[in-house]
Design a protein around this ligand. Structure first.
Ligand code: PHE
Length: 353
């Protein structure tokens, strides 16, 4: 080892290494140099390793010189690497017609619309409770949208839904159709085609002849729910919707029912949850009432059961209807329903998936 120890040996390596660094013309040559001097068997490595076995006086000076050279070498190596890399890049961009230094263009990645997301989330919750999913037409007959739901022609309750009518004429003459104002017509359609027990949720688009504002759109989604069987009670309605509210808005949620009127349910209610923002103390989200209304519901009216062909003395059921956009607005803190369908990418990116 004596031949590689001592300051003189370090200086010899220094001269050699600095010259070699200048000469190296490729990144591979630089790497070879690094291995030759600083690799496991490298010349400088050997000196550093041998420090332990030499006399203390020689060790101090040799050690200092060797460590200093190591630092210098590493610095110069990095600097040369950069010079060579820059040269390579410059040569490349001269040869090729593209500017390889330009950052790439980001790919726009599509995602799920917030309405789709919330509808899926709501449906998943009901599917896990044993409900099936059904869908139906958006252009609907008066009969399903109103009459079979216990809303006869000229009944004042029709005013609840401002309706968009569609002119339709076929062989039997002019027959008015409409854009469904809610998903409830599917209650009648489903009961006409299947026998009880029924447990179904129906997502779908609805339309109303309405001026738009922050909480009203002329088209929006609804999710309808219907359960009919022997012996279904208001307790079943309450339990099901309580479970739903807790899964959607957190286990600590409480629910409240108040009387409301929908011609196709009796009794009819609207359901609220206690405000998840302020826990019922009162805040902007709940308009300082402590409660947030999330859907209409009730026990299916006997007239609706019998007009679909069910024996209303044997079967009972409950139904509910909610606006998924409203649920999403509450869940994600969105303050204007018009955001959903104005296709503003900033909004979609923020709340989409
Ligand atoms: N269809 C009602 C509406 O659009 C909501 C509802 C559905 C209420 C089912 C009760 C039962 O306002």
């Amino acid at each position: 080892m004596t031949d590689v120890t001592g300051v003189a040996a370090v200086e010899e390596i220094r001269a050699e290494v600095l010259r070699a660094l200048e000469m190296a013309a490729t990144e591979e040559q630089l790497e070879d140099l690094r291995v030759a001097y600083l690799g496991r068997r490298g010349k400088l490595t050997q000196i550093l390793r041998s420090l332990g076995s030499i006399t203390p006086e020689v060790r101090r000076e040799t050690g200092a010189a060797a460590n200093e050279l190591k630092e210098v070498f590493e610095e110069k190596l990095a600097a040369r690497r950069k010079v060579l890399a820059d040269k390579k890049l410059a040569a490349l961009s001269g040869q090729e017609k593209i500017d390889v230094t330009l950052p790439g263009r980001p790919y726009l990645r599509g995602g799920l619309h917030p309405t789709t997301r919330i509808i899926r989330e709501i449906l998943d919750t009901f599917v896990s409770m044993g409900f099936a999913i059904a869908e139906g037409p958006e252009v609907e007959w008066d009969r399903y949208n109103f009459e079979s739901l216990n809303i006869p022609k000229d009944h004042p309750a029709r005013d609840i839904w401002d309706t968009l009518w569609v002119d339709y004429t076929d062989d039997s003459g002019y027959r008015p159709m409409l854009l469904r104002t809610h998903t409830s017509p599917m209650q009648a359609r489903i009961m006409e085609t299947v026998n009880p027990p029924v447990r179904v949720v129906v997502p779908g688009k609805c339309y109303r002849y309405e001026a738009t504002d922050a909480t009203h759109e002329w088209h929006f989604y609804q999710i309808e729910g219907l359960a009919v069987d022997e012996g279904i009670t208001f307790g079943n309605l309450k339990g099901t919707l309580y479970e739903f509210a807790q899964r959607m808005f957190g286990e600590e949620r409480k629910i409240r029912f108040r009387c409301d009127y929908f011609p196709f349910v009796e009794p009819g209610v609207d359901m609220s949850i206690d405000c998840f923002q302020c826990d019922g103390d009162g805040c902007r989200i709940c308009s300082h009432t402590g409660w947030i209304e999330i859907m209409g519901a009730g026990m299916v009216h006997p007239n609706v059961l019998s007009s679909a062909g069910y024996d209303s003395s044997v079967y009972t059921g409950f139904a509910f209807g909610m606006g998924p956009e409203r649920i999403a607005m509450l869940k994600y803190g969105i303050d204007d329903i018009r955001n959903f369908y104005s296709n503003d990418l900033r909004f979609l990116r923020e709340v989409g998936d």
